[in-house]
Write a protein that binds this ligand. Structure first.
Ligand code: F0G
Length: 375
């Protein structure tokens, strides 16, 4: 999956000159609605992923939340996993393997189960939110825990499964976001946005490994090449302060790597983003930028979304936190149309929501309830 000459990750290119897609005549729903811009497959492992709601915020009417928590396993990972698992089946492998901060694992576990494949998930011990771990258990994945962070887990997977750029004799297909086919599924986020509201001015994306922001940008680029749109939105990559290697690189402060990434947003607790160059290109060529937000800002944004009825996990709230920061710094205007990618569901990480004592009132009679409802 790497170029033997330069070592960079290989990409898939859609020949937009040859693609037969009529934008006004798409049929079906979800990721496979865009099958003409996706790899051709005989057998598709699908659970209706995609077609997620775009929810306009009451408080900021020009901001739309793309709620990826509505996918089958509760995160955007399902968009890529339908493509990845389908390919794994057609390759005839024994199973799939992923390193993960949790969501990729949950999705890989579910789609492998659906496909009848084995699944091994390699997780940073003690660094995965409970809801996600529970999903891997439920769907029967073999769980391997390694000490350290996600970066260590990914190193384990890449070093065992990939050799000389090819899948070796282990017969497990790696489905991390180095896998370009998974990103093909994720690019459909861009297609759905365009179909629903046209070209926004900005798209805010929480960045961990950097695969998703690249995938979304790639989707926009393809539509530009096809003449469906005439400009690409500015891509804003948002990272948590304690885990912001892309921000560091963007500001010219050194390589896109840090040791000991730290943030409450465990999904994006990543110090060495394997897709750093892809993410960098997406931001640079869309005239966007990377910015960082504090854990406090993330938790506040999560609460704000909660009060609008939208339940997201902390990493997902980074996009709203980033938007608020960008408003404050004058990078965006309240009149600009923005899309905030809400990558995963609130139930993924329940502990964080009930960390402090839950405020409640205990009652023991109907009378007490009646009195309470009256005040
Ligand atoms: N938001 C959530 C909820 C995620 O789970 C992830 C990544 C991201 C954002 C960042 O996306 O890596 O493409 O930049 N989670 C991966 C995982 C690392 O293993 O589930 P990215």
């Amino acid at each position: 999956m790497r170029c033997p000459r330069c070592g960079e990750l290989l990409d898939t290119l859609v020949d937009t000159g040859k693609a037969h897609i009529r934008w006004g005549e798409l049929r079906g729903r979800g990721v496979w609605r865009y099958r003409d811009l996706l790899p051709g497959l005989n057998h598709v492992v699908t659970m209706g992923e995609g077609s997620t709601p775009l929810i306009r915020l009451r408080e900021y009417p020009n901001a739309y939340v793309k709620f990826e928590g509505a996918n089958p396993t509760g995160s955007f990972k399902d968009r890529g996993m339908t493509v990845g698992a389908s390919l794994a089946v057609s390759l005839g492998v024994r199973g799939v393997v992923v390193a993960s901060t949790g969501n990729t694992a949950a999705s890989a576990a579910a789609y492998s189960a659906r496909a009848g494949l084995e699944c091994v998930v390699v997780l940073p011990k003690g660094n995965v939110a409970r809801g996600k771990l529970a999903q891997s258990v439920l769907h029967g994945a073999r769980i391997v825990e390694v000490p350290g962070t996600f970066d260590n887990a990914l190193e384990y997977v890449l070093d065992t499964v990939l050799s000389d750029g090819a899948v070796n004799d282990i017969n497990y297909y790696p489905l991390n976001s180095i896998n370009p086919w998974r990103l093909e599924g994720q690019k459909t986020i861009a297609f759905e946005i365009i179909e629903e509201i046209g070209v926004p001015d900005f798209v805010f994306v929480p960045v961990g490994n950097g695969g998703n922001i690249y995938a979304i940008w790639k989707g926009f680029r393809e539509l530009l090449e096809l003449g469906v749109i005439d400009r690409v939105p500015r891509m804003i990559g948002v990272q948590a302060e304690g885990a912001a290697p892309m921000v560091r690189y963007w500001r010219g402060l050194g390589e896109a790597r840090i040791d000991n990434p730290r943030t409450v947003a465990s999904a994006i607790r990543i110090g060495k983003p394997v897709n750093w160059f892809r993410a960098y290109r997406a931001v640079k060529y869309s005239n966007g930028l990377f910015l960082e937000v504090s854990d406090e800002e993330i938790i506040r944004a999560q609460g704000m979304l909660g009060r609008e009825g939208v339940g997201v996990e902390p990493a997902s709230a980074a996009s709203l936190a980033g938007y608020l920061r960008a408003l404050k710094e004058g990078i965006v205007d309240v009149n600009d149309r923005v899309v905030l990618i809400a990558t995963g569901h609130a139930l993924k990480d329940p502990d964080i929501l009930v960390r402090d004592n839950v405020q409640s009132i205990t009652i023991s009679s109907l009378e007490e309830l009646r009195r309470l409802l009256k005040t």
